[in-house]
Write a protein that binds this ligand. Structure first.
Ligand SMILES: [Zn+2]
Length: 318
């Protein structure tokens, strides 16, 4: 088993050389056929005109990035009335015309982008030695063909934000398979009516509480049964419980506040009485009790600075 196994089998390729440039494995490849058919008229031609090289990214090998250097030949078309005078040979099994990555690498990128999205997919790809940007992954996903839309028997309808607070649409979900069926850029009832008219067969429409979708369902699918989805039932129940709690608990809160204020007043009164009682007892039982009347004691307490001696006292000292 030679290095030829590194190439796609059945593509008619010949591996000329394998080079290691830094951390990148370069495969020098050419086509084995002597000529190629003209893409315009289909006539086989081996009239060599010129050649050039295409650099094509491929799946990594042994944890190293891989680049296929494909030698492409240009041939002359031998049909005089043909619109193409020259044409380049193609390898449709390996790579698309003008593409910079092999089909199998693009398929890998599409799978990563669908599973992880742009930025996380780009980080995983770089870790797996097939670096690419997040925008490339998103562009590959957008280029994928739209899967055919099958009308589900149970259809979920709800509002969807393309840009929250700015642009809204309508999302349609298969209630049985839990898959997104379609996205309508217009959130109006008319858009849903036209979609339901184009996709008949819906038996149950699961919607929100808004009347827009109810009216649209009646117009677009008059025979379908309308039900409210589980989230809105729970939301309704939570709203009702909240209103009930406010109505029932508000008087209880008022009564409780009044009781607490009354209890606080009682505590303050008890504390004041207790303090007065302690002061009264201490005055009655003190051994150094001042025999003067209360008015004099009060005056003495307010003027604690010693009184200067009287003039006749000084004369007595002299
Ligand atoms: Zn031709």
């Amino acid at each position: 088993m030679g290095p030829q196994v590194l190439l796609l089998p059945g593509a008619g390729l010949v591996l000329e050389q394998v080079q290691l440039c830094g951390q990148i494995v370069v495969l020098l490849v050419r086509l084995a056929a002597l000529g190629a058919p003209c893409p315009a008229c289909g006539r086989w031609s081996e009239a060599f005109h010129s050649s050039y090289q295409r650099s094509i990214a491929d799946l990594p090998i042994a944890d190293r990035q891989v680049v296929v250097q494909l030698q492409v030949r240009r041939f002359r078309c031998l049909t005089k009335a043909c619109s193409r005078q020259t044409f380049a040979e193609q390898v449709p099994l390996l790579v698309d015309r003008y593409a910079r990555r092999t089909r199998r690498l693009r398929s890998d990128f599409e799978a990563i982008g669908l599973m992880l999205g742009g930025r996380p997919g780009s980080r995983l790809s770089a870790r797996q030695k097939k670096p690419t940007s997040r925008m490339t992954l998103l562009r590959l996903i957008r280029a994928l063909p739209e899967p055919p839309v099958e009308t589900p028997s149970i259809l979920g309808v709800d509002e969807f934000a393309f840009r929250r607070g700015r642009r809204y649409g309508t999302i349609l979900i298969d209630g049985s398979g839990h898959q997104i069926v379609d996205l309508l850029e217009d959130p109006s009832a008319d858009a849903l009516v036209s979609w339901l008219s184009e996709h008949p067969g819906t038996e149950v429409i699961c919607r929100d509480r808004d009347g827009v979708y109810a009216r649209a369902a009646r117009r677009g699918a008059p025979t379908a049964m309308q039900v409210v989805d589980r989230w809105h039932i729970v939301h309704n129940l939570a709203d009702a419980l909240e209103r009930l709690a406010v109505r029932v608990l508000a008087p209880l809160h008022k009564q409780r506040s009044a009781d607490e204020m009354s209890m606080l007043d009682n505590r303050r009164t008890t504390a004041m009485l207790s303090t007065l009682s302690r002061i009264s007892n201490s005055e009655r039982t003190s051994p150094h009790r001042d025999p003067r009347p209360a008015q004099q004691r009060s005056n003495n307490c307010c003027n604690r600075r010693p009184t200067p001696p009287q003039s006749h006292h000084r004369s007595e000292v002299r």
